[in-house]
Design a protein around this ligand. Structure first.
Ligand code: ADP
Ligand code: MG
Length: 687
């Protein structure tokens, strides 16, 4: 099968330069990926229904009718004409309706016998079908007809034809992608049969057999790939924590670490100090506010005291500066030189910092993705931490790692997902979890209000500000928005002052379009308490930590998903004070109302992300490709979790017995893994 993945689809009949480009857009650059470009669904022309037995919740059905009237042509306007004919299925009558399509007149001739495929509706006891697909009886497809995900210019029927000629071309070249033994033991059909029948199923049974095999393959090969990746990652390193300085670090903290923090830190130290020279590759998951920064700090301290440097990469400049301040404070009076490197620093300053990093004068470098730029060199990088990892691609992380000689890696994520799922998705990493909040934290009380209650809410907000506490207001837009109902930060601030009596408070705006230095100044002033109320876009979403802020008002809350709302809410409740989150929305849509309900009911990030996952599905939730996870074709990683587990175990066993497997089978698996990662555009990935 391997050469198919390097066979240009331009070699197929009917695929010119233009079509080739369109296929590229669909993520289909070669013959192999074409054969793995599975249909989204099928038109079933074999399951013919009587009108009276149709389940109207189902999308499309096939019916067998005879036309019993002349076509009526009704002009609806200059540009719109309606064609309507009546037909019978032998028991009931149905109206067939088309618009602007004079070619149907001939097909809808009285007496014609047709098969129709489409969505049947029932209005006032009358059946109706609009713009169905039509086939003359006897000439209809006698199998399931594939429907492909299409784009403008490359429609399903065309893809179908090209897939068909793809099979023609690949005849005799579709080699098995799973070892014979695995096929037998798990009762799976051969690849050639599976591919053929997932595209052009002979019947439903063949489709099921094909699907079963391909689902198995997808999970099995992916899990095998993860195991190899993990093995590859379990490279040895010279970087070693020979002496444990954790207690010294704890001593410098103004509070006691939580048990979860202690556990996570010791798990990491165990990795980094292992006698066999293990290279740590660990994911730290923890809800917002669970104190991940301290874990990074403890590891950095250990690594630095043992003679190496640490790099911490974060997604925004605001966060970089905040971490810089935090670490400076933690490491005061300790032998640790902290510096921050962001793109907005003057180039002279950047150069000086880079020089010091290269010389090893800086021990801990915090920064944005500017850390991975070509000209940043470390003297002896021992630990790489990425915070808010969902913002980074695997490739970016890899680039930073390559700046050292097998440094240890910690990836921190505030998108807590169920452990079973993360084991699978991040199968190449070990996992530590912070499932405990620092003591004294209260849950954030969450309320939903509509615009009519805003004046009261402002009263409440003022009381909090009068108490010398701070707050955030989040608006979806920066300036005058295009959609009228949306609020923007600039006008919001003016309105608060002019119309709602906020003139005695210090208000400031913050958004992504401001200059980095302006943003930094505003954040600094807010942190120092010089600003009472920060009116911001979602730029504060990741990581911002101001413990004195204890109210967040989120305008147009319907615009945000659960995870995002939870992240925003995580900006408050970070100190000892009772905190509030107020969701403002006039939306009555079922979807938003549901989301708000879930938000009010729970403060638990693990629970919420699970709910979010259910509502949005993993693709959207995890943002798939750029975040280094896999795009599955057939498997749904939430719904199919039990089958995933089952097949993972089979893969586990197979992997354990790897040394005893024949060379031929080894080749088969290795090729399949290569193809799998190729299809997921991850072939260059190092970690
Ligand atoms: P996360 O990054 O996980 O959202 P942070 O690391 O920003 O959380 O920590 C949130 C806040 O909790 C910070 O103000 C930090 O100083 C504080 N904090 C962290 N650990 C503890 C602890 N063990 N006890 C008290 N406060 C803590
Ligand atoms: Mg954080």
């Amino acid at each position: 099968m391997y050469e198919l993945f390097s066979t240009d689809i331009g070699l197929l009949g009917g695929v010119g330069e233009k079509t080739k480009n369109l296929f590229e857009k669909l993520g289909v650059p070669n013959l192999g990926t074409l054969l793995y470009y599975f249909p989204r669904g099928y038109e079933d022309w074999t399951d013919i229904k009587k009108l009276s037995e149709i389940d109207f919740r189902k999308d499309n059905v096939c019916i067998d009718v005879r036309i019993i009237s002349k076509v009526k042509v009704i002009k609806l306007g200059v540009k719109k004409t309606l064609y309507k004919a009546c037909a019978t299925d032998g028991f009931d009558n149905i109206d067939i309706i088309f618009f602007n399509n004079k070619y149907v007149v001939d097909k809808l001739r009285e007496g014609n016998e047709l098969l129709l495929y489409g969505k049947v509706q029932k209005n006032f006891n009358k059946y109706e079908i609009v713009c169905p697909k039509m086939c003359v009886k006897g000439k209809h497809p006698t199998c399931l007809k594939p429907i492909y995900g299409q784009i403008k210019g490359l429609y399903s029927w065309k893809i179908e034809n090209i897939v068909d000629s793809g099979f023609e071309y690949a005849k005799g070249k579709i080699y098995e992608s799973l070892p014979e033994k695995i096929l037998k033991e798990n009762n799976l059909c051969r690849l050639e049969f599976a591919l053929r029948n997932i595209h052009f199923p002979k019947d439903k049974e063949s489709l099921n057999i094909a699907r079963k095999r391909l689902v198995f393959e997808e999970i099995f090969i992916w899990q095998m790939g993860m195991k190899f990746l993990k093995k590859e990652m379990s490279i040895k390193t010279e970087v070693k924590v020979k002496r444990d300085y954790t207690d010294e670090f704890y001593f410098s903290l103004p509070y006691f670490p939580t048990n979860a923090q202690k556990r996570a830190i010791s798990e990491c130290i165990e990795d980094m100090g292992s006698t066999e020279g293990k290279c740590m590759n660990r994911l730290l998951q923890g809800d917002v506010g669970s104190g991940k920064t301290v874990v990074a700090g403890a590891l950095a301290y250990n690594i630095i005291r043992n003679g190496y440097q640490t790099a911490i990469m974060v997604p925004t400049e605001i966060l970089a500066n905040q971490h810089f301040e935090t670490f400076k404070k933690i490491f005061i009076g300790m032998p640790v030189n902290v510096e921050v490197l962001t793109g907005s620093l003057k180039s002279k300053v950047q150069r000086e910092i880079r020089e010091k990093v290269k010389e090893g004068e800086i021990d801990l470098l915090v920064g944005t993705h500017s850390l991975i730029s070509e000209n940043v060199e470390f003297r002896n990088l021992g630990l790489v931490v990425t915070d808010e990892q969902h913002r980074f691609g695997v490739e970016q992380r890899a680039k930073l790692v390559r700046k050292g000689e097998n440094p240890h890696v910690l990836v921190m994520s505030a998108t807590p997902i169920p452990r079973s799922l993360s084991l699978i998705i991040y199968g190449d990493m070990d996992i530590s979890i912070l499932d405990e909040r620092p003591p004294g934290r209260q849950t954030v009380d969450t309320f939903v209000i509509d615009a009519s209650k805003k004046e009261r809410m402002y009263g409440f907000l003022k009381k909090i500000l009068d108490d010398k506490k701070q707050g955030y207001i989040v608006c979806p837009c920066v300036e005058e928005p295009e959609i009228e109902s949306l609020l923007d930060v600039s006008n919001y601030k003016e309105d608060l002052i002019d119309k709602h009596g906020f003139s005695k408070y210090s208000l400031e705006v913050l958004h992504g379009k401001m200059k980095p230095s302006e943003k930094e100044q505003v954040m600094k002033n807010f942190l120092e308490g010089k600003i009472d109320l920060l009116i911001s876009t979602t730029v504060i979403e990741v990581g911002v930590d101001v413990p004195n802020a204890c109210i967040i008002v989120i305008e147009n809350a319907e615009r945000f998903g659960i995870s995002q709302l939870h992240q925003l809410r995580g900006r408050v409740g970070r100190g000892k004070d009772k905190s509030y989150c107020i969701l403002v929305s006039d939306s009555k849509s079922k979807d938003s109302v549901n989301r708000f309900k879930v938000m009010v009911a729970s403060n638990d990030g693990f629970y919420l992300s699970n709910e979010d996952l259910k509502i949005r599905g993993p693709g959207e939730f995890l943002g798939s490709r750029q975040h280094g996870t896999v795009d599955f074709k057939l498997v749904n990683i939430v719904e199919d979790i039990s089958i995933i587990r089952e097949i993972s175990e089979i893969a586990e066993k197979f992997f354990r017995e790897w040394e005893c497997i024949s060379l031929e089978d080894k080749n088969i698996i290795q090729n399949s893994i290569k193809n799998f990662f190729k299809m997921n555009k991850q072939e260059n990935i190092v970690i």
